[in-house]
Ligand binder design. Sequence first.
Ligand code: SAH
Ligand code: SF4
Ligand code: F3S
Length: 441
Amino acid sequence: MTAHKKLFIKTYGCQMNVYDSERMSEAMEKAGYRPTDSAEDADMILLNTCHIREKAAEKVYSELGRFRGLKADKPDLKIGVAGCVAQAEGEEIVRRQPLVDLVVGPQSYHRLPEMVAKVDSGARALDTDFPAEDKFEHLSARPKAARGPTAFLTVQEGCDKFCAFCVVPYTRGAEVSRPADRVLTEARDLVDRGVREITLLGQNVNAYHGAGPDGDWSLARLVRELARVDGLERIRYTTSHPNDMEDDLIAAHGDEPKLMPYLHLPVQSGSDRILKRMNRSHTAESYLRLIERIRAARPDILMSGDFIVGFPEETEADFQATLDLVQAVGYGYAYTFKYSTRPGTPAAERPQVDPAEADDRLQRLQALIHRQQHEVQDAMVGRTVKVLFEKPGRKDGQMVGKSEYLHAVHVDEAGPQTGQIRTVEIVKSGANSLFGKLSGT
Ligand code: SAH
Ligand code: SF4
Ligand code: F3S
């Protein structure tokens, strides 16, 4: 009897990497690898990497360096690099860190089992193609094992927008949408395994235009069809681009109860001059008008965003315009980043902002956003929300779940089961989460 080998995957970056890691882990089970959560225990270690900022990319090399000792103790240990650093740097990874046995780009994961067979025979394997075939179609079917109540489902990959700062169009390739029936089948499958909430993923998810039985479907159409799946209670999607927010999607926020009132809509800057230099193809004003229309359809929607400070040539006045935009929107969440120069992107060639100045702007923006997030969170006290319970909390008898607005909610009473949606009255707002008590049904 042959013992199973063990695979340890460490995931960096965005939710698409989380989804990809799940799919790779499942595909590798077919190749005789069982998942483990300890690197020391593994026969193969796979880093699923992110290239978005310099720090994220460099972390990969420090992590690889740490595996040197493990590999010395266990010469048969195989080490692979997947994800966006693999795509961006390819063979360079092996040159910088010769202990790497395998490099696989995000569009080639379906080739992983044969690559691993090659590695097992003592060779190195490298694949950073953008093959024509759909990797998800060629990855093994998902197993039937039960799972938690929330899941990601990638419906779209790649980006044609080419923001001047961003590596994603190079690491993930052109925009591609998965056919609608495949998405529906996978969603039904997830629901059969216990999933109650699905977050549809794409680098530009609202640019989705997958083939349907009667022509291409928009994201709104896909959401509406998913809403008919019995047992699927909640639908979310991320990440959206302001220019792809079509009327039918806005309308769905108003009349599709399973579509949750939360929208991540990155804008990056509030200065039209900088937005133009970023190649964003929208203005601060058009973004604000768009949010007005979304809020007209769904007044309680909670907005989230991404911001970059210290983009090349950003002045204090440009930065003030970003603060003004944040004031005008009132975000429930927002993610803030200091501009990071990425090789091969247009902005990398431009005059850079003084790093100390960029740090200072980052702190000021974070302070404002932090205040806003807390105002929005505190305003939930006294309101009644629906919570999808996900797991036990840290305290005995406590359960934690998420509200429609994606706030974490703790409840200290016995009753709620994992996967159940219950009505909760919010009684307290804590540092990063809300506390509530069960009310009615
Ligand atoms: N497709 C998504 C996600 C892109 S990456 C979108 O369009 O929003 C997530 C966020 O990382 C971006 O929204 C941006 O705010 C940030 N980001 C991307 N490139 C960056 C860079 N070079 N430096 C700093 N932040 C960056
Ligand atoms: Fe990057 Fe812009 Fe595409 Fe988002 S829309 S992935 S920020 S290039
Ligand atoms: Fe990072 Fe690639 Fe996602 S660069 S943010 S892992 S698409």
